[in-house]
Every structure is written in structure tokens, then in C-alpha cells.
Design a protein around this ligand. Structure first.
Ligand code: CO
Length: 198
């Protein structure tokens, strides 16, 4: 059974191992970060950005929330986006959802979950906009398809943010990617062509 002391013990071992492999690793990283990627993903503990993409500390700037939602009024997400685009000058933004997302499922199960129903409202709107397509599917297919549509909606929200519009009008190299992760296989699928502002 994992307990909290295990985390600190693991950290000690991890830092020692890293230092053994690369004695300057922490010193170098402490000077600056220059990730090329911004990851916008779900908070789900089973979808950790670094591990599933094989990236080391310093290689990906990460924003996660329930159901990987990008609201145009979310100061937290917009601040991450602005810092990533304007200061770090990331070259790629990945919006990565996952099949079987509890947040997406909760958005359309017609039950009350509390405050989070407000957070998930945009997903209900996406479901309404694609009602005809979704109605033809079984319940589990419906949630999985909505997980995909939710990614596409949020890629559009990123692309239509003032931050990304301004970056593209300056001629900054910046691509946005729509990805979805399958919990049962550990594999990521691309949902549509990358957006590059041209
Ligand atoms: Co999720």
C-alpha cells in the first residue's frame, strides 16, 4: 500500500538516479526551461503528459483540468497559454483528451454533480450541437465520440484565443494538435490535421 512517506522516499531515489546519469541535470534545468510543447489535458491520474509521451522534466509545459476544457474566460488556462506562447515560445500546443473521460460522461448523464456541472456546461453544448450524430450511437460509443468532439471544440477555443490569433498574425511558428488517448491501450490517436494559422 502506498503511503505518503513512500513519495518522499521515491523522490530521493529518483533525484539520486538522475544525478548519477547526468550530474548537471538539475543545475542545468534550474537555470531555465525551454519546452517546445504545451500540453492541455485532463486531470485524470491515468493520463500523465510526461510519461505517456516519453518526455523528461523541462520538455513539456502542462495545464490539466477536468475534461481538458479551454474556457475563453478561464484566467488560469489563459495565463498558462499566454506564458507558453509569448514567453516560452512553444512551437506546439497539444489538446489531449481521453476515451472514458469521467468529466465528459458526467456532462451528459442527466444527474447533478454540484459545482462541476458549471465547469462541464460547454461539453453539454458540444453534445447538443452534435445531437443527431450522438443519438445514433450506443451509450458507451456516445461518450467516446463526445470525448473526441470535446477535444475538437477545445482546439477551436485555443485557435480562436487572442493569444494564438496574435501569435499567428505576428508570423510565430505555432501548431495546434487534437489528440485523444485510449486508457485500455496506452495509445494516442490524432483526431484531425494540425492547425498552423496559414
Ligand atoms: Co478525463
Amino acid at each position: 500500500m502506498l503511503n505518503i512517506a513512500t513519495l518522499l522516499e521515491n523522490n530521493k531515489k529518483w533525484a539520486a538516479q538522475r544525478t548519477l546519469e547526468d550530474p548537471d541535470f538539475f543545475e542545468r534545468l534550474s537555470q531555465q526551461q525551454s519546452p517546445k510543447f504545451l500540453w492541455i489535458g485532463c486531470s485524470d491520474s491515468r493520463v500523465p503528459a510526461n510519461q505517456i509521451t516519453g518526455l523528461a522534466p523541462g520538455e513539456v509545459f502542462v495545464h490539466r483540468n477536468v475534461a481538458n476544457v479551454v474556457h475563453q474566460t478561464d484566467l488560469n488556462c489563459l495565463s498558462v497559454l499566454q506564458f507558453a506562447v509569448e514567453v516560452l515560445k512553444v512551437e506546439h500546443i497539444v489538446v489531449c483528451g481521453h476515451y472514458g473521460c469521467g468529466g465528459v460522461s458526467a456532462a451528459v448523464d442527466n444527474k447533478r454533480h454540484g459545482m462541476i456541472d458549471n465547469w462541464l456546461r460547454q461539453i453539454r453544448q458540444t453534445a447538443s450541437a452534435h445531437e443527431e450524430e450522438l443519438c445514433a450511437l450506443s451509450d458507451s460509443e456516445k461518450v467516446d465520440r463526445l470525448c473526441e468532439l470535446n477535444v475538437v471544440t477545445n482546439v477551436n477555443n485555443v485557435a480562436q484565443s487572442t493569444i494564438v490569433e496574435d501569435a499567428w498574425s505576428r508570423g510565430q511558428e505555432l501548431q495546434i494538435h487534437a489528440w485523444i488517448y485510449r486508457l485500455t491501450t496506452g495509445r494516442i490517436k490524432t483526431l484531425q490535421d494540425s492547425r498552423s494559422g496559414q
